[in-house]
Unconditional design. Structure first.
Length: 276
């Protein structure tokens, strides 16, 4: 099936797997690099990375379960379902090894995948990941998720933008902020709520098992991200055998989209240094 989403980069071909996962591949040569978006978003959020990395890599973006153009499962999904969706995609494209980058909820999926399928991963780079949050913080997220699932509406988008952006009224960023607002407004409440509820608790799964993470891992966040703090990234890196952490000054939760000129070179350097 052909692309149903307009991609102004004109570099990718949109396709569906047999289980109705929407994905695109950009670039014709080089190692594979797969990106996983966060809750309420879709593969479009990676356009700045597609443009940058597809010159010498094959870049794969996709919509995870219940998001964008991908179908939702018949049951309430668990983290394992998101991991297996990615693995099914990898099999359908026939990729033997690749590097994996995830943002927020996508970062949790990237770590879970790398723990389960370490031999397929060259490098994993979780962006703006959460770890060892307080019970109060987790319960607040669960409450917001339950409200979305109960009402069937994604409300309080302005509050979400407040958490995600350092300054959501910045005139220099307003076009991108409005794009994120549009993606959140158009997201499936069920897909959003299911993923968000899972996001509330999934980081606890990694406590005491990060010492089993085999691939090189770079935990990258922004100094002004109130959700994914530098402390979280440092702690995850310290618990990972080949873990590293870095915080980008003056950037917040959506740094990869807002400031790709800062984020992309850091990712590229780590890939070049650590890819097998």
């Amino acid at each position: 099936m052909n692309d149903l989403r307009i991609n102004n980069l004109n570099q990718s071909t949109g396709l569906f797997t047999k289980d109705k996962t929407y994905y695109s591949i950009s670039g014709s040569t080089g190692p594979y690099l797969i990106f996983i978006h966060g809750v309420g978003l879709n593969g479009e959020i990676w356009n700045p990375q597609i443009e940058y990395f597809s010159k010498n890599r094959r870049v794969v973006t996709y919509d995870f379960l219940g998001h964008g153009l991908s179908s939702a499962p018949n049951k309430t999904p668990q983290l394992e379902d998101y991991v297996e969706q990615l693995n099914s995609l990898v099999k359908s494209i026939n990729i033997s090894s690749f590097s994996l980058i995830g943002h927020s909820m996508g970062a949790l999926i990237s770590v879970a995948y790398s723990l389960k399928y370490p031999n397929k991963i060259n490098v994993v780079i979780p962006l703006n990941i959460v770890y060892k949050r307080s019970i109060k913080t987790r319960n607040e997220v669960i409450k917001r998720a339950n409200t979305i699932l109960k009402t069937g509406e994604i409300g309080n988008i302005d509050q979400t933008l407040e958490r995600w952006f350092k300054n959501k009224t910045d005139i220099n960023q307003i076009e991108k902020i409005n794009k994120v607002r549009q993606l959140l407004s158009n997201a499936s409440p069920k897909g959003y709520g299911d993923a968000y509820k899972l996001f509330a608790k999934s980081d606890s799964i990694f406590e005491n098992i990060l010492n089993e993470l085999q691939p090189p891992a770079l935990y990258l966040t922004g100094s002004d991200d109130p959700n994914s703090t530098s402390k979280m990234s440092i702690e995850m890196a310290n618990e990972s055998p080949r873990g590293f952490s870095k915080s980008i000054d003056n950037e917040a939760h959506m740094m990869a989209y807002i400031a790709p000129e800062k984020v992309n070179p850091i990712i590229e350097d780590f890939l070049i240094t650590n890819e097998q």
